[in-house]
Design a protein around this ligand. Structure first.
Ligand code: BDP
Length: 707
């Protein structure tokens, strides 16, 4: 064993509970430590602001953790290896270096190895203090991942302007679709008590470049907009501000009635408009850098402008007008589908919003889920991306794993996010990727954004499981640069969170990357979708039928019958495929990964493997389970590289995942076999229980419910 590995496993021997996330700053082994010490022998920070102070403190904290002690602070460089932090405006030393910072905008930064008065130094500079903070996290990340810190020529700027977490957190601390405890926002004790976790949340988020957070659920209560709750949000904003994170609120459209005493919330009514203006003024008096509103309107029973015969644009523009004088934005969600319309549910958002192209004020951005249904294990990209050239769209990913096995299944979502962002909309010819819609470059939009539905809660490890931290991480990194590779992100995360040992990294990163396809296999292979339990969305329930609306059932989406299975979304069916540019639609519909999303297929039709569809479904379901078993074995062999507590916790969850993958396979096969009426291919085990058994399972206390 080399020296380096010995010290890694020494640190691996201490108990860790995951609280430190990827900011563990554990001791660096020789010889890297020596090189890092030489490159960071003292700190010079000119200029003063709370943000610069947290940048300096983070650097000191990181260096002292990794290198044994924090370098001394000096007024001016006095030795080799000074690290200089600052902006040209606040630091004469940085100004003197004449760095090409201009093109990097307010949030960008440079890290350069330079000479100052003949001595080697490293400068971490931004146009703003928050740029400096981002640079500090980058510099520390290089050490955490054992990259060189000499000869640096780093220039970074985020490609996306609004990089936001969306908390679906209620005022009573229940988190809708949350699987990691209660809300971290302790509304009851706020504003007087500010949980120290808020600071660590801010550090972790800022380390990725996240610059905003929506504190409350999109299924919002008007109470969030009352004076006491504005004061509570202001206290959170005070804690997050030094980290460059702005606070936003979800706004309930009917608030003027519920807390304003008005008779209507009609967006064209002057009294309603005046109410929102006054409300915005009140919020900005308390939170001067308030970010703006997120709105779920006329969606799943939420109030909205259509209650008054007005359009989504009328509603959004009214709110936008109220926040515009203060520099605020409105993020208007496109997750809409109507109660009354018999139209294929996945077509409705496009039909609703394409006619509104160009009708929104310029501080409105429409927030669109990655796919047209609802965060399924696999969906084609949302056809709205690229279809509204005059209206900017922001991406909404779900970080919390509502449809991916909650927090007990190990599913790294980097590949899912990447698949969507890299998809080609073809709206301006080949290469018109979703990433280019989101970063504004395709249609020249300056207002751009990416939101992730947070998986952060009160659990000690924040995200409910250790590996779910990687989804928070991957979201943040992709919000900074939607073209990063999910594999590179997984590497980075695994190095910082667990170990730099290649014997750990190779198998574990491989397992993370494969985990997304694995969950697709054991839940919804070959383009199936929406097979989960009703209401709580836990476990398999392809038999769900009836109830208040057809498009909340499973049978609506899979359409299994003795003839075959799948939803015909081609010209012969709902023609949803026509909502894409022809090249994009053709590519999506031809991809076997989306087979049953776009096509109704007879059970005996051959697929690319040469098997019949029925056999292929069984093979895929089985493969998914086998892959989870393989993940368990891989993880078991990682014991030497991981501290015991985290190793045991991950192992316990993988055991749950294996059982539940088996349950998904068996329940789905038992159910679909009642239609296919075909035997399982030779050598494939029958389901462990009867279909009646699977159908009888109930989970009244499953976490994260939406009521
Ligand atoms: C669905 C969730 C529901 C959310 C809704 C939304 O089940 O709890 O309120 O999305 O995004 O997936 O508004």
């Amino acid at each position: 064993m080399t020296l380096g590995l010995a010290s890694e496993s020494a640190s691996g021997a201490r108990a860790e509970d995951g609280y430190d996330l990827w900011l563990r700053y554990r001791p660096v082994e020789a010889p890297a430590a020596g090189a890092y010490r030489a490159a960071a022998s003292e700190l010079v920070v000119q200029g003063g602001s709370p943000t610069l102070a947290v940048a300096r403190d983070e650097l000191a904290r990181g260096l002292s953790g990794m290198l044994g002690q924090a370098p001394p602070l000096a007024a001016a460089p006095g030795r080799d290896g000074t690290v200089i932090l600052g902006t040209p405006a606040g630091s004469p030393l940085v100004a003197r270096l004449n760095l090409p910072l201009e093109p990097l905008g307010p949030d960008g930064y440079l890290i350069r190895s330079v000479q100052v008065d003949g001595r080697p130094a490293t400068v971490i500079a931004g146009n703003s203090d928050v740029g400096v903070l981002y640079g500090v996290f980058d510099f520390l990340r290089r050490m955490q991942t054992r990259q060189p810190v000499a000869g640096l020529e780093v220039a970074e700027a985020p490609k996306v302007k609004l990089r936001l977490l969306n908390h679906w957190d209620n005022l009573d601390r229940h988190v809708e679709r949350g699987y990691s405890g209660q809300s971290i926002w302790d509304w009851w004790r706020l504003p007087d008590v500010r949980d120290p976790r808020y600071v660590d949340y801010a550090r972790a988020s800022a380390s990725l470049g996240i610059n905003g957070t929506v504190l409350n659920n999109v299924n919002a209560k008007a109470d969030s907009l009352t004076a006491p709750y504005i004061a509570k949000a202001a206290a959170v904003a005070d804690v997050l501000r030094p980290y460059g994170i702005k606070v936003y609120l979800s706004a309930r459209f009917s608030a003027p009635i519920e807390i304003g005493g008005l008779k209507t919330a009609d967006p064209l009514d002057p009294a309603v408009r005046a109410w929102w203006k006054a409300k915005a003024d009140e919020i900005y008096r308390t939170i001067p850098d308030f970010g703006g509103f997120l709105v779920k309107a006329n969606s799943e029973g939420q109030p909205g402008p259509q209650d008054y015969g007005r359009s989504h644009a009328d509603g959004a523009n009214m709110l936008a007008e109220a926040v515009a004088p203060h520099g605020g934005v409105v993020m208007w969600r496109a997750f809409v589908y109507s109660n009354e319309q018999p139209e294929d549910r996945i077509k409705q958002a496009y039909n609703e919003f394409v006619p509104l192209n160009g009708k929104f004020r310029d501080n409105v951005i429409v927030q669109v889920k990655n796919g047209p249904l609802d965060f399924q294990p696999r969906e084609p990209f949302h056809p709205l991306f690229g279809a509204t050239p005059k209206t900017p769209l922001m991406m909404e990913f779900q970080i919390t794993k509502e449809y991916l096995g909650f927090s007990t299944h190990l599913v790294y979502q980097g590949p899912l996010y990447e698949e969507t962002l890299a998809a080609d909309t073809w709206r301006k010819g080949q290469g018109s990727t979703v990433a280019k819609v989101v970063d504004g470059s395709l249609f020249g939009h300056a207002l751009t954004g990416m939101a992730g539905v947070a998986n952060v809660g009160s659990d000690r490890n924040w995200s409910g499981s250790h590996f779910d931290q990687a989804n928070w991480y991957a979201f943040g990194r992709l919000a900074w640069d939607p073209e990063l590779s999910s594999r590179a992100i997984a590497q980075e995360w695994a190095r910082m969170t667990f170990s730099n040992d290649p014997r750990f990294l190779e198998p574990v990163v491989g397992m993370m990357i494969a985990s997304r396809e694995t969950v697709v296999d054991y839940m919804t292979p070959l383009g199936l979708h929406h097979l989960m339990g009703e209401g709580h969305h836990y476990g398999p329930a392809p038999w769900v039928a009836g109830g208040p609306r057809a498009d909340w059932t499973s049978v609506y989406f899979h359409r299994a019958s003795p003839e075959g299975i799948g939803f015909d979304r081609m010209a012969s069916g709902s023609n949803a495929v026509a909502q894409y540019a022809p090249e994009a639609g053709r590519a999506l519909a031809a991809d076997e990964k989306n087979l049953l999303w776009f096509h109704r297929v007879p059970w005996d039709q051959r697929v690319s493997s040469g098997r019949t569809l029925w056999d292929e479904l069984v093979v895929r379901y089985t493969k998914g389970v086998e892959e989870v078993s393989a993940m368990r074995r891989t993880w078991a062999s990682m014991k030497p590289y991981v501290d015991p507590q985290r190793h045991a916790e991950v192992a316990a969850y993988l055991a749950v995942q294996e059982q539940e993958a088996q349950w998904w396979r068996d329940a789905c096969i038992a159910y679909f076999q009642t239609f296919s009426k075909r035997p399982l291919p030779a050598g494939y085990a029958p389901p462990a229980h009867s279909l009646d058994y699977y159908r009888s399972l109930e989970f009244p206390y499953a976490p994260g419910r939406g009521d």
